[in-house]
Design a protein around this ligand. Structure first.
Ligand code: SF4
Ligand code: SF4
Length: 218
C-alpha cells in the first residue's frame, strides 16, 4: 500500500482483485484522515504509538492474525495516519483475543493488546463494528456487564443478555441456519458437565468493581 497527502485528503493506492480479472487492479481510494486520532489513542491507551517502526514482530506472533482483516502492525500504522474510520470499522479489534503475545514481542515496548482494547472502547462509544463481526461487540458488552454486576462472569446471565441483544435482529436467520439449535446443544452439554451454574456467585466487594467501571467511562 502506498500513500501521499493532499491538503485535507489522503489518497491511498490499494490493490483490489476484481471478479473476472486475472491480475490485481490498482485502484485509488480517497480517505479523509483524522489527524487528532493518533493523539486521542495515545492519551486513552497511555502508549506512544509513534514509536512503532513497522518491524511486524507483533503480527508475526499473533495466533489469530489469519482471521483479521488488517494485521496488528497495519492497525498501528493506520492509527499513525489518522485513518480512524478504517481502524474502528476493522474486524481486527474484535478478533483480538487479548493474549498479549504482541505486547511481549514489541521491541519498543508498545502495549499493542492495550491499544486494541482502547480501540474497542472507542468503536463501542461511536457505535461502530465491522459487519463480519457485528455480534462480537454485543458479546463483549454482555461479558463486561456480567463482571460489573458481580465481580466475575456468570455464564448463564451473560449468555441470556447476549442472546437477547442478538436475537432481536436475527432470530429467523439463526433459526433457519441451525445456529440456535447448535448453541442450545452446546449449552446443554456444558450444563450436564457442571460448567454452567444456575446460581451466580458474586464477590464480596462488588462496589469496588463498579467504581473501576465508572472510572473507566470518564
Ligand atoms: S493480543 Fe490480540 S493482537 Fe496481540 S497477539 Fe494476542 S490476539 Fe494477536
Ligand atoms: S512489534 Fe512494535 S514496533 Fe514492531 S510493528 Fe509491532 S507495534 Fe510496531
Amino acid at each position: 500500500m502506498g500513500g501521499c497527502y493532499n491538503n485535507s485528503e489522503v489518497t491511498l493506492i490499494s490493490k483490489v482483485a476484481e471478479k473476472g480479472v486475472s491480475s490485481p487492479q490498482r485502484q485509488a481510494v480517497s480517505i479523509i484522515p483524522d489527524f487528532s486520532f493518533l493523539r486521542k489513542v495515545n492519551e486513552a491507551s497511555g502508549e506512544n504509538i509513534t514509536l512503532c517502526y513497522q518491524c511486524r514482530k507483533c503480527s508475526s506472533g499473533c495466533p489469530v492474525s489469519f482471521a483479521m482483516d488488517y494485521l496488528p502492525d497495519v492497525i498501528l500504522r493506520m492509527v499513525q495516519l489518522g485513518l480512524k474510520d478504517r481502524v474502528l470499522n476493522s474486524s481486527t479489534i474484535w478478533i483480538c483475543a487479548s493474549c498479549e503475545t504482541c505486547t511481549t514481542r514489541c521491541p519498543n515496548e508498545i502495549d499493542i493488546a492495550g491499544v486494541l482494547d482502547t480501540l474497542r472502547h472507542m468503536a463501542l462509544s461511536e457505535g461502530k463494528a465491522a459487519p463480519s463481526v457485528k455480534d462480537v461487540p454485543k458479546f463483549h458488552q454482555a461479558f463486561l456487564g456480567s463482571i460489573e454486576a458481580g465481580g466475575r462472569v456468570h455464564e448463564i446471565t451473560m449468555l441470556r443478555k447476549y442472546m437477547l441483544k442478538t436475537l432481536k435482529s436475527s432470530l429467523w436467520a439463526k433459526l433457519w441456519s441451525g445456529e440456535l439449535l447448535e448453541q442450545a446443544k452446546l449449552g446443554w452439554g456444558m450444563f450436564k458437565r457442571g460448567k454452567l451454574n444456575i446460581r451466580s456467585h458474586k464477590i464480596r466487594q462488588t462496589g469496588e468493581i463498579k467504581k473501576l467501571f465508572a472510572k473507566s467511562r470518564r
